[in-house]
Write a protein that binds this ligand. Structure first.
Ligand code: NAD
Ligand code: UD1
Length: 349
């Protein structure tokens, strides 16, 4: 009997509610969690994803998630989800993420990225579920004072509503933890996730013309776009172009399992981790790495700097390595190959 109770407790512990489960990072995390034996309840409103992602997750993992279509701002729906399922932890990926869009639509961004979290937190509190992993971003560091960036580096100085929305939510979570030490909260600050699942079945599908570097490079390689504009070659960096910490999305997804294990182990706490590789690559290095990995040409032109860009941003992720026993293992070549594989697949389907 005691054994059954124990198994029951373990199973109960394993049901995780994933918001934004059909998005880029959410879908890869679902695959890794299913693979590790977790059960998933997912929510998405398809504002930036497609229902076919659910088929991709099923094909890769051979498992299904219990899916709800709807909005995280819909408190009644969240109540229903928490009433109908034994949820023990939440991973919150649902948000709008376009920096450019956020400048022209600040109200929509603050509602979707901040109000929705408040709705979620209030329902979690009502149901006494106090375990949360939140997707934040390296953008909260603004223009970094030094690189590599540690979790102790100064935050703030964000230059757009998207970045500020992440900063606000981090503050809300800190205030919440201060008010009630029963919470277990893990804030992950992602650096630049790129790549796709090795199967080519799920990946990053930006709406329209991509704003980020890797999807743009991939679409130049498949000839859907003519050439890449390199935004500035006069930064104080190794070759004058911007330097970032690109991390394979599957490595990022795997960190969430480590995060879940950590929260299951701890009695309470608020933990913040940078998730990057610790390596900075320039735009030109990325172009050449992509060309070498995939044996394709990526035509480019040097153009003016993009407003709001910083010269250099890469992570010190040693805290995650030490405390979560997590480290990115996939290489830049893997990132380039998997990104191209997915883009080719998507183009042909
Ligand atoms: P994404 O847009 O691919 O995924 C977000 C998913 O959430 C989408 O499927 C979208 O339809 C859904 N969604 C958005 N608002 C919703 C709402 N109100 N209700 C229900 N579903 C909603 O983005 P992503 O790249 O997977 O990012 C996931 C999280 O990580 C976001 O919070 C993002 O801000 C953060 N982040 C992403 C990056 C990156 O480069 N991709 C970097 C740092 C942080
Ligand atoms: C951007 C966002 C960041 C967000 C991240 C993931 C800004 C200022 N920051 O980061 O908040 O978390 O996306 O969504 O927008 N580049 C080109 N040509 C291109 C595209 C990019 O040269 O067509 C360069 C950029 O100048 C930069 C690097 O490539 O040096 C990476 O750009 P990008 O992929 O957009 O990511 P970030 O700007 O780092």
């Amino acid at each position: 009997m005691e054994n059954f109770k124990k198994i029951g407790r373990i199973l109960k512990m394993k049901k995780i509610f994933i918001t934004g489960c059909c998005g880029y990072i959410g879908s890869h995390t679902c695959v890794e969690l299913l693979d590790a034996g977790y059960e998933i309840v997912g929510l998405d409103n398809f504002s930036n994803s497609k229902p076919s992602v659910l088929d991709g997750i099923k094909k890769i993992s051979g498992k299904t998630i219990k899916f709800y279509e709807g909005d995280m701002l819909d408190k009644d729906l969240l109540e229903t989800i928490f009433n109908e399922n034994e949820i023990s932890m939440v991973m919150d990926f649902a948000a709008f993420k376009s920096v450019g869009d956020s400048v022209s639509k600040p109200i929509e961004y603050y509602i979707n990225n901040v109000s929705s979290v408040l709705t979620l937190l209030s329902v979690m509190k009502e149901h006494n579920i106090k375990s949360l992993i939140f997707s934040s971003s390296a953008t909260v560091y603004g223009t970094p004072e030094f690189v590599p960036i540690t979790e102790e580096s100064k935050t703030g100085g964000t230059t757009n509503p998207y970045g500020t929305s992440k900063l606000f939510v981090e503050q809300i979570l800190k205030d919440l933890y201060k008010s009630d030490n029963d919470w277990k909260i893990c804030i992950f600050r992602y650096f630049n996730p790129i790549g796709a699942h090795q199967s080519g079945l799920i990946g990053e599908e930006p709406n329209g013309k991509p704003a980020n570097l890797m999807p743009y490079i991939s679409m130049v390689a498949t000839k859907e776009l003519e050439y890449l504009s390199v935004f500035g070659d006069d930064y104080d960096t190794k070759d004058g172009t911007g330097v970032r910490d690109y991390i394979h999305v599957v490595d990022l997804a795997r960190a969430h399992i480590k995060g879940a294990e950590k929260l299951n182990k701890e009695k309470s706490g608020l933990f913040i981790y940078n998730l990057g590789t610790g390596e900075g690559y320039s735009v030109l290095e990325m172009i050449h790495a992509f060309e070498n990995a995939n044996h394709v040409k990526v035509p480019y032109k040097i153009e003016a700097r993009r407003p709001g860009d910083i010269a250099e941003c890469f992570a010190d992720s040693s805290k995650a390595e030490k405390e979560l026993n997590w480290k990115a293992t996939l290489t830049l070549e893997d990132m380039c190959k998997d990104a191209y594989n997915f883009t080719k697949n998507r183009k042909n389907n």
